[in-house]
Design a protein. Structure first.
Length: 256
């Protein structure tokens, strides 16, 4: 049995998705104003919130992530440089493929082992504990939600949805979730013949309607930082034209 409730009101070395959330709400155009936070790569991700009108809206792009696979320790200096540049960092996973393909059917022991490895490696690289987790492929299980709190995470962006919530499974609450609310560019390319430019335009169209807590957008560094790099500035410019301001995921969480 599982349920959700609203959270309390209170304050690369290798490419991998920086996740965040964007709303998959209806495409009806509307006016938005607010903040946008955008970062890419396995290093970090931004988040955002949308205050109720007429207050500014906030849109976050990306989800705080760090590729904590076993061989990533040699990339510690590069990872730390992202934090030094002002980007938020956190946990993505220990092994992206194993997690995305296997966690849904995994038991408690395997799940906690994978997560513990990632949290321990993060502490080795950054010299401090990770406070945010963003699951690979938005894949989770009940054990993972419980382990986040046990391992010291304060909030997470493991899911897709319309707004923040606290997962409650088997009588245990997880940490606050700030879900991805918008589709990714690669998900839209090819639908009805959509090009990369068409996909960017569709993301912006869906961004016109700002949910109460704002949008969060997921971007893989190897896409928006690689072959889709020409479209990324268009997204940033488009969001700003809609009145959004970039902000971090932590800022979204603090504003709940």
């Amino acid at each position: 049995m599982s349920s959700v409730r609203e959270p309390p009101r209170q304050p690369s070395c290798r490419g991998s998705p920086v996740t965040g959330s964007m709303s998959s709400s209806d495409d009806a155009p509307s006016s938005s104003s607010g903040n946008i936070s955008s970062i890419g790569g396995d290093l970090a991700a931004g988040g955002g919130r949308t205050a109720a009108a007429p207050q500014p809206a906030v849109l976050g792009t990306g989800r705080s992530t760090v590729a904590s696979t076993g061989g990533m320790a040699r990339c510690g200096a590069e990872l730390r440089s992202a934090r030094a540049a002002g980007f938020e960092t956190g946990i993505h996973c220990w092994d992206h493929v194993k997690w995305q393909d296997g966690v849904a059917r995994a038991g408690a022991e395997w799940t906690r082992r994978e997560m513990r490895r990632a949290f321990e490696r993060y502490a080795e690289v950054f010299g401090e504990p990770a406070r945010v987790h963003g699951a690979a492929g938005w894949q989770m299980n009940a054990h993972a939600y419980a382990a986040e709190r046990e391992l010291g995470a304060e909030y997470a962006s493991d899911t897709r949805g319309r707004g923040p919530f606290v997962p409650a499974l088997e009588g245990r609450e997880g940490v606050a979730q700030l879900p991805t609310t918008l589709p990714t560019l690669d998900e839209l390319i090819g639908i009805d013949g959509a090009s990369a430019d068409d996909a960017a335009a569709r993301v912006l169209e869906r961004s016109r309607e700002a949910p109460p807590q704002g949008h969060a957008y997921t971007l893989p560094a190897e896409l928006e930082g690689g072959r889709l790099a020409p479209q990324f500035p268009r997204l940033l410019e488009g969001w700003r034209a809609l009145g959004y301001e970039l902000d971090s995921m932590r800022a979204l969480y603090a504003a709940l």
